[in-house]
Design a protein around this ligand. Structure first.
Ligand SMILES: NC(=O)c1ccc[n+]([C@@H]2O[C@H](COP(=O)([O-])OP(=O)(O)OC[C@H]3O[C@@H](n4cnc5c(N)ncnc54)[C@H](O)[C@@H]3O)[C@@H](O)[C@H]2O)c1
Ligand SMILES: O=C(O)[C@H](O)COP(=O)(O)O
Length: 533
């Protein structure tokens, strides 16, 4: 089996490779070289990038085998996430990997624009000892205006409070109570602009935020404000910032990010009151290691078809340690449901009863759907494309919670009514300290089976000699039978035989066995598991 290919399109920490391990073939390309990227993408199962690689719809379409895009960092403005979702490609990032580093760089830029540190350094290296030329201002008792009080904005707020700054913020999407807890006063944009002595931007780049600090805002600012942008180029309009600096409306600026990167020429570079860095917010050993290891882990999970908590284009709700094994069970039951039913219903119901039903179990609906479609959809099913594929096939899902079971603390069932009117369901639970998966009910036949290994199911009329006949056909085919479990229907009209074999039963052998006992239906757990992979 060839190993899945992970394409590394930008310089990542060496820890990334260690975390990926030896299960993948690693290829490299320079993601900012468009031709090289488009040439390398068709062979890749996963691609790892930072902010310099543009993964737009064209690039995603070129990645015909692509299953996951890993962004070793926060910002996703270089990835067309809707296009990835349409193509069934999971997008993962490392949303907290570099926030401390970005906040610390912001602190550095605030200090640099207050005290002219880089300019003084450059002058002294040229032999100029000019103390009064670089007279700065203190931070203490000044107003710091933060635009965007998210993860990085909040870290900056905490750090700058230690400099005795008065921190205000504009962010219409954070609850005022949260801001109060952090000691920050939430104000409107106008108030922030007119009151701030220092202004720092920590927004995502969106249609709404691009140019937010542009002509209008830069004409309303408090005269002599110092501005820092270590979020995304273009949120502070570079041309308008240049004009404001030239006219003295803005006293100084610290700029880490540019509308077009790499940026090696800019009118801003000509101004002495500007401090620039080449997108260094995440440029620390710690941030790079965290980002690389986090996306490597996510890519491993994604390529194994598992749920990835950091996936940005999967709406799964919360999957905590308590729920994670139930999610796997839901997927397995989904697969077994399809194998048992032999077709798909119009409505797939996921019923969650007992203790686990009292948690937020929304994820189980998607897990069961992914499992149910897994063995029937060509081209691979993922948490990303399962809802889309279900919609295309007219398959709806429903999550029902509540109710207790007399025998099981918690019970998960996947249920559906087939076009013939027949109801099919499979139910399972987790047992013991190891939380082992057990199949406990197949269409009303009570069983007690692990949900793994090679198990053939046969549903047949309840007649003497049925089990002997099953053993005989399988034995003749050279199939070792490790055990048989027989469940009887309440009316004793039918049995369900679950036959454990040491190895997969060939379809022809299963068909022969079924014919011998007049089975109304036969299917196998191994088949439903394996074809879904
Ligand atoms: N320079 C770097 O190397 C570097 C490193 C890391 C992150 N970043 C960038 O920093 C930015 C912030 O990252 P984060 O992790 O703090 O993001 P975040 O999502 O945690 O915070 C963003 C905040 O902006 C607010 N917001 C969104 N739209 C807004 C609007 N129109 N007006 C006001 N507030 C608005 C949101 O409510 C949120 O609280 C992102 O653009 C990210 O890409 C840059
Ligand atoms: O969004 C981010 O994570 C930062 O801007 C860092 O980008 P980078 O990984 O290209 O340094």
């Amino acid at each position: 089996m060839p190993k899945p290919v992970v394409l590394i399109a930008e310089e990542l920490s060496p820890a990334t490779l260690d975390a990926l391990g030896s299960d993948f073939e690693i290829r490299r390309c320079t993601g900012s070289d468009r031709d090289a990227l488009l040439e390398a993408l068709p062979g890749a199962d996963a691609v790892l990038v930072r902010s310099a690689t543009r993964l737009d719809a064209e690039a995603i379409a070129a990645g015909a085998r692509l299953k996951v895009i890993g962004r070793a960092g926060v910002g996703l403005d270089n990835v067309d996430v809707p296009a990835a979702s349409r193509a069934g490609v999971m997008v993962v990032n490392a949303p907290t990997s570099n926030i401390v580093s970005a906040a610390e760089l912001t602190v550095g830029l605030l200090l640099a624009v207050a005290r002219n540190i880089p300019q003084a350094d450059a002058a002294l290296r040229k032999g100029q000892w000019q103390r009064s030329r670089f007279t700065g201002v203190e931070l203490a008792d000044k107003v710091l205006g933060i635009v965007g009080l998210g993860r990085i904005g909040s870290l900056v707020a905490r750090r700058m409070a230690a400099f005795d700054m008065r921190v205000i913020a504009y962010d219409p999407y954070v609850p005022p109570a949260y801001a109060t807890q952090t000691g920050v006063e939430i104000v409107g944009l106008d108030e922030l602009l007119t009151k701030s002595d220092f202004l720092t931007v920590h927004l995502p780049k969106t249609l709404e935020t691009e140019g937010l600090i542009g002509f209008d805002a830069l004409h309303r600012v408090k005269p002599g404000v110092r501005i820092v942008n270590a979020a995304r180029g273009g949120i502070v309009d570079e041309a308008e910032l240049y004009a404001a600096l030239k006219e003295g409306r803005v006293a100084a600026a610290g700029v880490d990010v540019f509308a077009t990167e790499p940026c090696t020429e800019s009118p801003l570079f000509e101004l002495e009151n500007v401090v620039v860095t080449p997108h260094l917010g995440a440029g620390t050993a710690e941030a790079q290691e965290r980002a690389g290891v986090a996306v490597a882990e996510s890519v491993r999970q994604a390529l194994a078809g598992r749920f990835v908590p950091e996936a940005v284009n999967v709406r799964l709700g919360t999957v905590d340690d308590e729920l994670a094994p139930w999610l796997l069970l839901a997927e397995r039951l989904g697969r077994l449901f399809t194998a048992t039913a032999g077709s798909l219903p119009e409505l797939l119901q996921v019923r969650v009863g007992g203790e686990i039903g009292r948690h937020d179990v929304a994820a189980l609906e998607l897990g069961a759907l992914k499992g149910a479609l897994g063995s029937v959809v060509e081209g691979g099913i993922s948490y990303v494309n399962a809802p889309l594929i279900a919609q295309e096939r007219g398959l709806a899902t429903e999550l029902l919670t509540g109710g207790d079971h007399p025998e099981h603390r918690s019970l998960l069932s996947v249920h559906g009514v087939l076009p013939s009117g027949e109801a099919v369901w499979v139910s399972g639970t987790l047992t013991g300290l190891q939380r082992r998966e057990r199949l406990v009910d197949v269409c009303g036949f009570e069983v007690d089976l692990p949900l793994e290994g090679d198990v053939a199911f046969l549903r047949a009329p309840d007649r003497p000699g049925v089990i002997g006949a099953v053993g005989e056909v399988l034995g003749r085919a050279g199939q070792d039978v490790a055990g048989v479990q027989v469940a009887r229907a309440a009316d004793r009209a039918e049995i369900l035989a679950a036959v454990h074999t040491a190895g997969p039963v060939a379809q022809s052998v299963l068909d022969d066995t079924a014919a011998r006992i007049d089975a109304t239906r036969s299917w196998s757990l191994e088949k439903s598991e394996r074809t879904a992979r």
